[in-house]
Design a protein. Sequence first.
Length: 288
Amino acid sequence: MTGPDVLLGVGSAGPTHLPPPASVRFAAFSDFDETYLAHAATSEQRSHLTALEHFLLDARERHQLLFGWVTGSSLASVQKKMERCGARVLPHFVASSLGTELTFFRNGFPEPDPQWQEQLEESGFSKAKVERIVERLAGNGVTLFPQNNGNSTEFMENYYFRSLGDQRRDAEALDRVRVLAKEEGLGLNISRCNPATGDPADCYDVDFTPPTCGKRNVVQHICNRFGVDPQHTFAFGDSGNDLEMLRAVRHGTLVGNCTPEARANFPRVSEHDYAQAILTSFRHHLGH
């Protein structure tokens, strides 16, 4: 018996690892939380996720498709969410913690990407630089408070900025963050928080990373590494911090359940939500 149910690990305790294609023609990148995975999934949404997993298991050879998640969550957090929400297939790679970790799965074992790791180590990132920025901002009336969510890594520090209740004032405060991050040579991700993923309402994510990180850089690194034609690239997201990734590929799509911020700033929005949106896009462009 070698059907999809065996590949999906029916009757086994752990997840299935998506086997790598013999060669890579297409590359696809998906945000994880509230894009690939619905945290409060209905039975219908779970069935769409299963259908997508079956498609991916077939497409890795039929279409020579390399597929991975690019997420702000840590790898450990991703694996816990998979178990809780019923996802059963790990992709070829996970760029976790905003790309400060890039992990491939070979024969079921995680392997950090050595070239990516080398870039991080040579980036000049340090927690001391981040602390200096936070202190300077506080002295100018801009308060950032740490997220304390377990997602911080050697190369990422996560903070929240609570909205001041005025869009103009928020923009001015966050521009100060951008200026200081640039002065210190750090990468920066700022996006409106999504309470559906467990973030507080009326806040912004403010994440400091090496300048070599970011979802766009992950896309470029993977495509360069595997020699993927830019015309053969896909990306899927649901929020403002996914837009740079969507703009870096040929077929970038927001899922239908995306945030208002993202919808207002990107033209291609699926009429479907979550995994159904991803599956529909693949079938439209790749067939099957």
